[in-house]
Design a protein. Structure first.
Length: 459
């Protein structure tokens, strides 16, 4: 065999070896972070599995190796350790963000040999469904170059490999229909700073003690989380004050309630959030209830009463995201009841009970003030439908009212939060008294202030 033929055969065998190496690119599609992260991660893994020459390592294999090696797959060191026995040429991870009715998926490719960042791809769409459709057409086209440029760990005893930007560009240019744009930001030496830079919005969790999914916590920090159901329960105290203006009849005593234990519960449910992040997910149910246990009150003459106070509301709310914040509008039905009985029983009751029933409508906002903490406020107008016994005492009475409510929530864990809340409600009466009325007064104001603190769950 002549020297030229030997050289030709050697080149052919080398080319075949390189082509075979490329055909056996073995990659790990690791955890994604954010809303819909698990679903989109599985979609990316399935699409890459269908690509010729790419093998996607099972997530269970990565977790098993991490356990056997006592390492953390969420760190560069842990991934380098796992890459050698798994012979991984590339690691992929991603972040899902939802902002202003758009879904944004960022996928980052790391080299398996030294964990150098090889490329970054950003895909946006108006919904998760449309994002999946874009993945089908764009994923491999944009990830092909950085994946093929990534190298698997060398066998023991070999010198480390330094990958330069020119090397990657050469690989990209050798592949048809692939540009070097997909491998922007390649670094020639491994660095820990390349791993999960803060600008990418990635969070990590420690592998020791069990794997923890931080996607909901990260999404909560961004104010872009999905929380179809929120339930809270708190304890506090109410204070009610009924005052007459221009009372001309005797026995019209101002009345105060305070110092009793208040139970405060609230439920918000957005059913469409189970299925979509589009506009149907903005609408939900708004429910709340308050009740004072063992209330005792007195009037301006010192008469004491056993009192009962409770309030309820049910309605619908439209809640629209504005960046990391929300604005909302709501409408519903509310009632507030306050009944009194004299103590002792032979004392004549000189304070009427109330049973306010009203249509409640207004606007609200939720503001993200710091990571994990939101402050919300509602302003509501009360269109009174009935007022109870007070309307019997003053048959021509007209009433109107308004309500202010504020609350602050702070995320304690992925699903639990602490909550403080307060509300102020005022009913204003004009009695339209006429000569011959049994009771005569110009009007009255009925103020109810509540404060409570507690906790809630977000699911």
């Amino acid at each position: 065999m002549g020297p030229k033929l030997s050289i030709l055969l050697t080149l052919l065998l080398s080319s075949s070896f390189v082509a075979g190496a490329r055909a056996e690119s073995r990659i790990a599609v690791h955890d994604f972070y954010g809303p819909e992260a698990a679903e989109l991660r599985d979609r990316v893994a399935a699409l890459l599995t269908n690509q010729e020459g790419v093998t996607v390592a099972a997530k269970s294999e990565i977790d098993r190796l991490a356990t056997e090696l006592h390492t953390d797959p969420f760190t560069p060191e842990g991934r380098r350790l796992i890459s050698r026995p798994a012979q991984l040429s590339a690691w992929l991870t991603g972040v899902v963000e939802i902002e202003r009715r758009r879904v944004r998926l960022t996928i980052i490719v790391y080299d398996g040999a030294d964990h150098t960042r090889m490329g970054r791809v950003v895909i946006k769409a108006r919904s998760v469904r449309k994002l999946k459709a874009q993945l089908k057409t764009r994923l491999w086209e944009e990830l092909r170059a950085p994946i093929l440029a990534s190298l698997s760990p060398l066998p023991p005893g070999r010198a480390p490999i330094e990958t330069t930007a020119s090397d990657v560009s050469a690989v990209a240019s050798s592949e048809p229909h692939v540009t070097t744009k997909a491998v922007e930001g390649v670094r020639s030496a491994p660095t820990h700073a390349a791993y999960m830079e803060p600008a990418e919005g990635l969070t990590v969790s420690r592998f020791g003690g069990g794997q923890r999914d931080d996607s909901a916590a990260e999404a909560r920090k961004r104010g872009q989380h999905k929380d179809p159901l929120r339930v809270s329960l708190g304890f506090g105290s109410p204070r009610r004050s009924l005052r007459y203006s221009d009372p001309l009849s005797s026995g019209l005593n101002d009345y105060q309630l305070g110092g009793s234990l208040l139970l405060d519960a609230a439920v918000a449910y957005y059913p469409a959030q189970h299925f979509t992040i589009a506009w149907p997910s903005y609408f939900g149910l708004d429910l709340a209830a308050q009740g004072a246990l063992g209330a005792s009150s007195k009037d301006s003459f010192g008469n004491r009463y056993d009192s009962h106070y409770d309030a309820y509301r049910v309605g619908v709310r439209g809640r629209v995201p504005v960046g990391a914040h929300f604005v909302s509008a709501f409408v519903g039905y509310t009632l507030l009841r306050g009944s009194v009985s004299a103590e002792p029983s032979e004392t004549t009751v000189k304070t009427p009970g109330v049973d306010y029933r009203a249509l409640r409508s207004g606007v609200g906002t939720e503001l993200k003030v710091v990571d994990g903490m939101t402050v919300a406020a509602d302003v509501a107008w009360l269109n009174m439908l009935s007022v109870g016994e007070l309307g019997t005492w003053f048959p021509r009475a007209t009433a109107s009212g308004f309500e202010l409510a504020v609350q602050a929530n702070y995320a304690l864990t992925e699903h639990f939060f602490a909550r403080v809340a307060g509300s102020y409600r005022r009913a204003v009466f004009d009695f339209h008294a006429q000569p011959g009325d049994q009771r005569v007064a110009g009007g009255a104001t009925d103020d109810v202030l509540t404060l409570s603190a507690g906790a809630g769950v977000s699911l």
